[in-house]
Write a protein that binds this ligand. Structure first.
Ligand code: IVH
Length: 672
């Protein structure tokens, strides 16, 4: 019988080996049961001899407590981004420039070789290994400073907790870069579970991966089968690499997950051919890709080529064109929005577009349909570009049989049958019935939304069920929901019911600005609501104000002013406001000193995609703390809040010496 320390090490090595086979190579050699047996034996041994536990033991992937918030990590080497080539012409131009600069740098043109990798649509992370042990892991952030998501990255099975060197020593310090993603099948499963739980679904695998990685509770991250493709290094100490292909080979040898489909090529025609091959197999992959990344292989040459801002000259993202497909337009359906506007949408024969099945697409309005001459029964071209909702581009008129029907907007509301009205000068057609059930349902959906009352756990699906059961007819009814109403719903357990009720209760703390936005007054977005309450800090003030008085606010035009006055003029709206006040919602703004707060006198610019806040949310937080938000970086701006893909504003801010903040740093400034 070996000593416990020896046995523990044996087990760890075996588990690491099987993790590698399973997570990185997708080629398990033992059954789950056998694996579990090894794992349980190790865990038992560690329980008995806690002194044997090491942080890189496979048992230590999840264990720690949820965090309060994410810290920050400064990358040792900045995380660069990539310039795009959107078509072959741009690719050839990039190649020609690289060739010219290669010769200028004193390299022979024959030395110019490229590596082609899939461009994975996930999120970039940097893994820091100190003496071969995973020390921390961070998101890209603004490229210089990212968020510390170490706890969560440790739960990703494909990420080695330690680097074992077959020969030679491990590098003293190393940043491994890669893209975290959620396999498509896992994404679909996750969304199905969320629908069943009445939770909002993720729009795409990328958002799902980002949401999963940015969990404060690592248990949640561990429950999502995230994985990674590694595509490079940041800072390196204690190892030398001459080429990018050497880097990839080294990573693979050291059990990092590297795409097996990486290719090398020398001339530009080969690069185009590689791109075409990826485009053709895009739909068969287990993950989303949005193009191919081409990199100059020689690291010496990479250094000589340098970068322009954050974009290295030695690499380019050759992006797929928006994917299109052909299918039949079965019919044109009509949705009634919360303001009563009738929105047409396309019901399609389901078709694969860019790897995703599309059955519905937006159609903007009647004019748009007529301009494109779309008819029910037409074969049509459907397009999907990135995250964007699929669109119907055009009909294939040459395929018409003559049976296709030109489209007319209905004369009656499809939900309640009320004759529709057309406002002269507006394209929109509206259902004027204030009791229209679909309109009210959409209003409730809007009401519970994140920028409105932010009632978590009450999503579209649940709202539909509550309407179907007659439990909710308008927003105020949400506050009358009782335990017994919800526990009777299929799929609801005590805990989920309590969560929903708690979220509804918590929404009573939402500030008046959010309530005003939640009311769904036509033309009043979240920002307009904030502007309105500065002059009219309560519902009573707004009710008494006429359109003329409201229009005196500089940022408010006549259309908005009239819309607000009309809304408060309706007795049913007044009743709704009264009922909401009655259940305890805030109907007046907290008294606020003009420009008081921690950020008083400071001016901010926001750029790029922030990890969790939308731009409006960030603006709101800054303004509430007394700060100002403007659109362009000039000498007047004190801070640039930069998210993913910050663009030229970041360069500008750097050149002006403007302080650059991550979302996290902004939150710190705001006082946590
Ligand atoms: S290289 C040159 N390689 O694309 C250094 N990036 O648009 C830049 N990405 O932030 C990164 N697949 O998140 C590289 N094979 C790949 C990639 C890849 C996806 C992402 C990465 C990066 C973004 C830049």
């Amino acid at each position: 019988m070996p000593a416990p320390a020896e046995r523990a090490e044996e087990l760890r090595e075996a588990i690491r080996h099987h993790d590698y086979l399973y997570y990185s190579l997708d080629r398990p050699q033992i059954s789950d049961a056998e694996y579990d047996r090894l794992f349980r034996e190790l865990r038992a041994l560690e329980e008995e001899h806690p002194e044997l536990i090491s942080p890189d033991s496979p048992t230590q992937r999840v264990g720690v407590e949820p965090l309060e918030g994410f810290g920050q990590i400064r990358h040792l080497e900045p995380m660069l981004s990539l310039a795009n080539a959107k078509d072959e012409v741009e690719l050839r131009a990039w190649h020609a420039r690289v060739l010219r600069l290669t010769e200028q740098a004193g390299f022979a043109p024959e030395e110019l070789r490229f590596v082609a990798e899939p461009k994975i649509d996930g999120l970039a992370v940097s893994l820091r290994y100190e003496e071969g042990r995973l020390a921390s892991g961070a998101t890209r952030g603004n490229g210089v400073i990212g968020e510390d998501v170490s706890q969560n990255l440790r739960t990703v099975g494909a990420i080695p907790l330690r680097i074992t060197a077959a020969q030679g020593a491990v590098p003293a310090l190393l940043e491994v870069r890669g893209e975290i993603y959620l396999p498509l099948s896992a994404f679909e499963r996750l969304n199905e579970q969320r629908v069943a739980a009445g939770e909002p679904t993720f729009a795409n695998p990328r958002n799902a991966a980002a949401g999963s990685l940015r969990q404060l509770d690592p248990q949640v991250t561990a429950s999502r089968p995230l994985t990674i493709w590694n595509y490079g290094l940041g800072f390196v100490e204690g190892e030398q690499f001459e080429s990018h292909s050497q880097v990839l080979a080294w990573l693979a040898q050291h059990h990092f997950r590297v795409s097996p489909d990486v290719e090398t090529a020398s001339d530009v025609d080969e690069l185009v051919a590689i791109f075409r091959r990826w485009e053709a197999r895009r739909g068969e992959l287990e993950y989303d890709i949005d193009g191919v990344v081409l990199k100059v292989d020689d690291r010496g040459l990479q250094a000589a080529l340098g970068s322009v801002g954050r974009d290295p000259r030695w690499a380019v993202a050759y992006k797929f064109p928006p994917s299109t497909a052909q299918t039949r337009l079965r019919r044109i359906g009509i949705n009634v929005g919360r303001t009563g506007v009738l929105n047409p949408f396309a019901v399609l024969e389901p078709v694969q577009v860019g790897g995703v099945t599309v059955g519905l697409a937006t159609l903007h309005n009647e004019e748009d349909i007529n301009r494109k001459d779309l008819r029910e029964g037409d074969m049509v071209v459907v397009q999907r570009a990135g995250d964007v909702i699929p669109q119907v581009v055009s009909p294939l008129t040459e395929l018409r049989s003559g049976q296709e029907q030109p489209f007319r907007m209905p004369e009656h509301c499809p939900s309640c049958g009320t004759p529709v009205v057309r406002t002269p000068g507006e394209v929109a057609i509206r259902c004027p019935n204030p009791d229209c059930p679909q309109k009210l349902m959409q209003l409730v959906e809007h009401f519970v939304g994140r920028s409105a009352m932010d009632i978590e756990g009450v999503g579209k699906k649940l709202v539909h069920r509550l309407f179907a059961l007659g439990l909710v007819r308008d927003p105020a009814d949400l506050y009358d929901l009782r335990y017994d109403d919800l526990i009777a719903l299929e799929g609801f357990q005590e805990r989920s019911v309590r969560n929903v009720l708690a979220a509804i209760e918590a929404s009573k703390e939402r500030p008046f600005g959010a309530v005003l936005f939640a009311l769904g007054i036509p033309h009043v977005g979240a920002q307009t609501a904030e502007i309105l309450i500065k002059r009219f800090p309560s519902v009573a003030d707004l009710r008494e104000a006429g359109a003329g008085e409201i229009a005196e606010i500089p940022q408010i035009g006549n259309v908005i002013a009239q819309s607000v006055a009309d809304w408060f003029g309706e007795s049913r709206n007044q009743r709704l406001a009264e009922r909401l006040e009655g259940v305890g919602l805030r109907m007046r703004a907290e008294v606020q000193e003009e420009a008081a707060g921690p950020l008083a006198g400071r001016t901010f610019v926001i750029t790029g995609t922030l990890p969790s806040l939308s731009r409006e949310e960030a603006t709101r937080l800054i303004e509430r703390a007394g700060g100002k938000v403007t659109g362009s970086v000039s000498g007047k701006a004190d801070y640039l809040v930069a998210g993913e893909n910050p663009g030229s504003k970041l360069e500008k801010a750097r050149s002006l010496g403007t302080a650059v903040l991550s979302e996290h740093a902004l939150e710190e400034l705001l006082g946590g």
